[in-house]
Write a protein that binds this ligand. Structure first.
Ligand code: GLY
Length: 332
C-alpha cells in the first residue's frame, strides 16, 4: 500500500492514495483441456492444443488488454479442435445428440453469462459472453439459446461440423459396456471439458469453461460447467477458477467456490486447488481437476484423474504439462 503525508491546518495526515496503491501483476492466460483417463494416443493432440490455446489467449490479452478477449480466444481455439470435448468433438447424448454448455465470469464486477443445451453452434463460449453482455440475464437454456443466437446473428453450423467418429465410437462403446455416464470420454474412461482463466496487469480476472458434457448423458441433462461456483467463477477479490471432471460430482461439491474460499482464508492457489480436488475425490469418489489464479497472481493446477492437459504463458515462457508432477517450460 502507498501512503502520502498531507499537512492540513498544521497537522500531518496519513492518506492512502488510490492511484499510488495500484499494484501491477504479470498477465497470465492459463488453460486446461479436460481431466480424465486420457489414453496415450490422445496425449500429444491435447498438449499441442492447450499450448496453442494458451499462446493465442496471451497474444490477444496483450493486444486488446481484455481478460475476456484472452480467455474467449483460448477457449474458441479448443472448441475448434476435435481433440477436445467442446464445440467440434463434443461427446454424444444417449440418443446421439450434441448438447453443449458454457460459462463465462468477469471478476471485476461479478458479471457472468451461461448457456446450456446449445445445439449447432461452433463457439458456445462466445454465446455465453453475449448473454452476459447483451441481456439482463445470467443464464439461457434450450431452444431459447438458439433463438437468441439467431437474433444476435450468430451463424449455426450443421450437425456434421460438430460430430466426430471418435464421439460416435465412444457412445457405441458406452452402450455395449452398459456403462454409467460418469465414466466415459472419447475412446476411454474419463470426462473432458476445456477452460481458461486469466489475470491482467491491473489484477482483473476472468474465467471461461465450455463442454459437450459426458458421453451417454440423457437428453436435457445439465452438468456443472454452466453453473456458477461449480464449472467456474471469478472474483477480483479472491481469484478465478475453471473446473473439469464429473459434472454431478463437481456440482454437489461446489468445487470452484470451495477453492476460492480456501484462497480467501490464506491458502496459495496451488494449495487450495490441490486440497479441494483431493477433498472432492475423497468425499464423492469421482475425479476432477481445476486451474486457478489467485488475487495475488499465483497459479494453481491440480487434478485427481489420470491426466489433465494444461498450459500458460508468462512473459516469454510457455509452461505446460499433462502428467502428475509434470511442469515443462519452453521459451516462446
Ligand atoms: N464437467 C463436464 C460435465 O460433466 O458435463
Amino acid at each position: 500500500m502507498c501512503f502520502m503525508i498531507m499537512k492540513i491546518k498544521g497537522l500531518n495526515f496519513l492518506i492512502l492514495t488510490a492511484a499510488m496503491a495500484h499494484k501491477s501483476f504479470q498477465p497470465i492466460v492459463l488453460v486446461h483441456g479436460g481431466a480424465g483417463d486420457i489414453p496415450d494416443s490422445r496425449v500429444s493432440a491435447k498438449l499441442d492444443g492447450v499450448c496453442r490455446a494458451a499462446r493465442k489467449g496471451y497474444e490477444i490479452l496483450q493486444k486488446t488488454g481484455s481478460v475476456l478477449d484472452g480467455i474467449v480466444a483460448a477457449v474458441e481455439l479448443m472448441e475448434d479442435e476435435p481433440a477436445f470435448n467442446a464445440g467440434k468433438g463434443s461427446v454424444l447424448t444417449l440418443e446421439g445428440n450434441i448438447e453443449m454448455e458454457a460459462l463465462i465470469c468477469e471478476g471485476k464486477n461479478l458479471k457472468s453469462g451461461a448457456v446450456t443445451l446449445v445445439k449447432n453452434i461452433a463457439h458456445p463460449i462466445s454465446l455465453a459472453r453475449r448473454v452476459m453482455v447483451e441481456t439482463p440475464h445470467a443464464f439461457l437454456g434450450g431452444e431459447a439459446v438458439n433463438e437468441f443466437a439467431a437474433r444476435m446473428g450468430v451463424p449455426t453450423v450443421p450437425d456434421d461440423y460438430l460430430f466426430t467418429s471418435a464421439a460416435q465410437a465412444a457412445l457405441d462403446h458406452f452402450k455395449q459396456a452398459k456403462s454409467i455416464p460418469s465414466k466415459m470420454e472419447i475412446g476411454e474412461v474419463g470426462v473432458g471439458t476445456v477452460g481458461s482463466v486469466a489475470i491482467d496487469a491491473a489484477g482483473h480476472m476472468a474465467s471461461a469453461t465450455s463442454t459437450g458434457g459426458i458421453t451417454g448423458k440423457y437428453n436435457g441433462r445439465i452438468g456443472d460447467t454452466p453453473l456458477l461456483g461449480c464449472g467456474g467463477y471469478a472474483d477480483d477479490e479472491r481469484g478465478t477458477v475453471s473446473t473439469t471432471g464429473h459434472g454431478e460430482t463437481i456440482m454437489r461439491y461446489n468445487l470452484a467456490q470451495r477453492i476460492l474460499a480456501d484462497i480467501a482464508s490464506g491458502k496459495s492457489a496451488q494449495e487450495g486447488t490441490k486440497d479441494q480436488c483431493e477433498g472432492m475425490t475423497k468425499r464423492l469418489n469421482n475425479t476432477g481437476g481445476a486451474i486457478t489464479i489467485s488475487s495475488r497472481g499465483e497459479v494453481g493446477v491440480f487434478f485427481t484423474s489420470k491426466r489433465m492437459a494444461w498450459a500458460y504463458q508468462l512473459g516469454d515462457e510457455l509452461h505446460y504439462g499433462i502428467e502428475h508432477g509434470q511442469h515443462l517450460v519452453d521459451k516462446v
